[in-house]
Design a protein around this ligand. Structure first.
Ligand code: PGA
Length: 261
């Protein structure tokens, strides 16, 4: 796993966007895995800027979102359908039929989950999956004790996630209790993983992810099993990493490193 520490949120978002842009420049029909939450907002803003100012083209891109709340229809202001449209899709040129987001209102969740998994495979698999991380170490809505082999399915949110996400709803009781989420196993099949995290509140989860044991108690720690996972964090989120100097040394030395190192 590669850990890249940047001085602040803006720098973190920019580096993350550059990695996405490099992929699109080499593979214009790439399949992107998208994440919601406050953290990837800066990354999406930078991608929108690259699209508007530097002609970064999304016309052949396909996307798959990680998750959606159960019970919120696509127009609900807190649905992830709405979030993605507001913050990203309406600003770039991804054909609407190439956009895939789990349904929070299907009448048959198991069938929908199977279809979602098959659709990812039919599209050639995910080239790059963007990830945030919960304060409880979740990726997607794979809460602590989720199987590290899990596939797209329904999950019950943890109390900590409900508390964390209550800030977006009028009342805590309005936060959905269930979500549909890609599994950890689904996420690990993406060819590249790009996790972004910012702020002190994520410092413990990031230390556990990068340096802790692989455990379903911190599902992001499964990134250690992936051959091409990059974690980009700001100073605050990096503050509990014990090998921090080494990560900085690797990153500084990288341009001179032999190819493939
Ligand atoms: P956040 O959410 O970016 O809003 O902190 C991250 C997550 O729960 O995955």
């Amino acid at each position: 796993m590669e850990a890249i520490i940047q001085s602040n949120y803006a720098a973190m978002s920019k580096i993350a966007a550059q990695i996405v842009a490099e992929l699109l420049n080499t593979k214009p029909n790439a399949v992107l895995g998208m994440a919601t939450g406050s953290t990837p907002l800066g990354l999406y803003q930078e991608l929108v800027r690259l699209h508007t100012r530097e002609q970064l083209d999304f016309s052949r891109v396909t996307t798959f979102n990680l998750d959606e709340y159960v019970g919120l229809n696509a127009n609900h202001p807190q649905s992830y359908h709405h979030f993605m449209h507001e913050h990203f899709f309406q600003h770039v040129n991804i054909p609407p039929h190439n956009i895939n987001i789990p349904s929070g209102t299907t009448s048959n969740y198991p069938a929908f989950c199977d279809w979602y998994e098959k659709r990812i495979v039919e599209c050639g698999g995910i080239d790059l999956q963007i990830l945030g991380i919960g304060t409880d170490g979740h990726i997607g809505f794979n809460e602590p004790t989720s199987s590290l082999s899990s596939r797209t399915r329904l999950k019950t949110l943890s109390k900590q996630t409900i508390d964390d996400n209550a800030r977006f709803f009028d009342r805590r009781a309005d936060v959905p209790v269930y979500a549909i989420t890609m599994g950890v196993g689904t996420i690990l099949e993406a060819r590249k993983l790009l996790l972004v995290a910012s702020g002190n509140g994520k410092a413990k989860a990031i230390a556990q992810t990068v340096e802790g044991p692989v455990t379903s108690m911190v599902t992001a720690s499964a990134l250690q099993l992936h051959r091409d996972a990059v974690v980009i964090v700001d100073e605050a989120a990096a503050s509990q990493l014990t090998m921090r100097d080494y990560y900085d040394f690797i990153y500084a030395a990288k341009p001179a490193a032999p190819r493939g190192a």
